[in-house]
Ligand binder design. Structure first.
Ligand code: SAM
Ligand code: SF4
Ligand code: SF4
Length: 373
C-alpha cells in the first residue's frame, strides 16, 4: 500500500504521511525490510542548527544569515521524541544516537537523555544510548549528560592543527576547546569515546598521522570517515575523497596495524588495532566500500520525518501521525509498514555506477545537518 502524499507547509524536502493499516498486529521486535534487514539503530536529529559551518556539511555560502532554519513549533518535543523512540524500541531497536545539527545546542537536552535512558529493549536491557557532537560545548555539558544516563559519546574533530581546524569548521573555533571537551567526557566516564575525522583530500589529509599519534594510547577510538556526497550543497567531488585504504596505509606506515573482526553486524567502521597495543582505529568507507547489505539504521529528522537512508530524498511524516492523535499501536503499525517496504541501498548503487553521485530522482536529497550523521 503506498503512502498518501499530502502538500506540506514546509516544502524543503518531499514527504508523505505513512498509511495506518486497518488491522495492526503488535510489534514482535523482529521487523525486517525487503532485504531482510532489521531496524536496530535509530539516529535522532534534535536540531537543524549548528554553531559550525563545516564546508562538507553546512557551507557558509548556503547556510548564511538568510537561511531559514526550522521554527521551534516544527520541532518534535522531547515527549514526542521519547514516545516515538519507545515505538521503535518495541520494533527491535536497541541503539539510539542523538545528533543534529549540533545536538548540544538544544536546550535541556539532558532531560531527553533521561527519558530515553529509561527505555528498555525487547530483551529488557538498557539501550545503547549515545550522541555525536562537534564538542564545542562538551566540556560544560559532559557531567550533566552522564548523570542523565548517556553511555557513550562520539566527538567530531577534523584536524589537530589549529589553523586547519578553524578553516574546516569555518567558525574560527579552536582545537583546544574540543580537546578539553574530549578530556571532560573521558573524566566523567562517557567512554569508550570515539573521535570522527572526515578526511578531505587536499584539505586535511596531512592531519591523518598527527591525529593517529595524538589519540594512540588514550583509549579514544579514532575513526576516519570518507567524505560523502550527502545532501546537495557541499559540491562533492570524487577527487576530494581519500579512500580509506590509503588512510590505513598512511597510518600503518607510521604505526603498524592489524585488522580486527567486526563486533556486530551492521557496524559502519572497519576496525584495526595498533600492533604495539596502542589501541584501535576505524575507517568508514561509505564511498569506496558500500555497506548497505546489513544497514539497520533509520533516521528521524528534527521535525519528525523518518528517513530510511542517509541519501533518501523522501521522508515519512511521523509528526503528522503524532499530532493527529494516533495511538502508539497505530504509529507502530505505520512504521512497520514503511520498514517492511524499505529497499534503500544508495551506496551500493553508487558503487555500481562507478562512484559517481547519482542525482536525486525526485525532489531534493536531504542535508546531513537535517537528519544527522
Ligand atoms: N554536529 C555534530 C557533529 O559534527 O558531530 C553532529 C551532526 S554531524 C552531521 C554528524 C557527523 O556527520 C559528523 O561526524 C560529521 O563529521 C559527519 N559528516 C557531515 N557531513 C559529512 C560528509 N559530507 N561526509 C562525511 N561525513 C560527514
Ligand atoms: Fe555542524 Fe556537525 Fe555539520 Fe559540522 S558536521 S556543520 S559541526 S552539524
Ligand atoms: Fe544504509 Fe543508505 Fe548508507 Fe546504504 S547508503 S549504508 S542503505 S544509509
Amino acid at each position: 500500500m503506498a503512502d498518501k502524499v499530502i502538500p506540506l507547509a514546509d516544502l524543503r524536502y518531499a514527504s508523505s504521511v505513512p498509511v495506518v493499516p486497518q488491522h495492526s498486529t503488535a510489534p514482535t521486535g523482529l521487523l525486517a525490510d525487503t532485504l531482510g534487514r532489521p531496524l536496530r539503530d535509530l539516529r535522532i536529529s534534535v536540531t537543524d542548527r549548528c554553531n559550525f559551518r563545516c564546508s562538507y556539511c553546512m557551507p557558509k555560502e548556503v547556510f548564511d544569515k538568510h537561511y531559514e532554519f526550522l521554527p521551534h513549533s516544527s520541532l518534535l518535543s522531547f515527549e514526542e521524541i521519547a514516545r516515538l523512540a519507545g515505538v521503535f524500541v518495541a520494533h527491535g531497536t536497541h541503539k539510539i544516537r542523538l545528533t543534529g545539527g549540533e545536538p548540544l545546542l538544544r536546550k535541556n537536552l539532558e532531560r531527553l537523555v533521561g527519558m530515553l535512558a529509561a527505555l528498555r529493549t525487547v530483551d529488557g536491557t538498557p539501550l545503547d544510548l549515545t550522541l555525536t557532537t562537534n564538542g564545542s560545548v562538551l566540556a560544560r555539558k559532559a557531567q550533566a549528560l552522564k548523570d542523565a544516563g548517556l553511555q557513550r559519546i562520539t566527538v567530531s574533530l577534523d584536524a589537530l592543527d589549529d589553523s586547519v581546524f578553524r578553516r574546516m569548521n569555518d567558525a574560527d573555533f579552536p582545537v583546544a576547546d574540543v580537546l578539553a571537551g574530549i578530556d571532560a567526557a573521558q573524566r566523567v566516564g562517557l567512554g569508550p569515546i570515539k573521535v570522527n575525522m572526515v578526511v578531505k583530500r587536499g584539505t586535511n589529509d596531512d592531519q591523518i598521522v598527527a591525529m593517529a599519534r595524538h589519540f594512540r594510547h588514550t583509549g579514544v577510538v579514532l575513526r576516519f570517515i570518507e567524505y560523502m556526497d550527502v545532501g546537495a550543497t557541499n559540491g562533492w567531488r570524487m577527487d576530494e575523497v581519500l579512500p580509506s585504504a590509503e588512510v590505513v596505509a598512511r597510518v600503518g606506515a607510521a604505526f603498524p596495524l592489524q585488522p580486527l573482526d567486526a563486533q556486530q553486524t551492521g557496524e559502519t567502521a572497519q576496525r584495526w588495532r595498533y600492533a604495539d597495543g596502542g589501541g584501535e582505529i576505524g575507517v568508514i568507507s561509505s564511498v569506496t566500500q558500500a555497506f548497505c547489505s546489513d544497514c539497520n539504521r533509520a533516521r528521524l529528522s528534527t521535525e519528525g520525518k523518518l528517513y530510511l537512508c542517509l541519501f533518501a530524498n523522501r521522508g515519512h511524516d511521523l509528526r503528522a501521525l503524532l499530532r493527529e492523535g494516533r495511538s502508539d499501536a497505530e504509529i507502530s503499525a505505520a512504521i512497520g509498514g514503511v520498514w517492511n517496504r524499505r529497499a534503500d541501498r544508495y551506496s551500493e548503487l553508487r558503487s555500481e555506477a562507478g562512484a559517481q553521485p547519482s542525482s536525486a530522482p525526485a525532489g531534493r536529497r536531504v542535508e546531513m545537518h537535517y537528519i544527522g550523521g
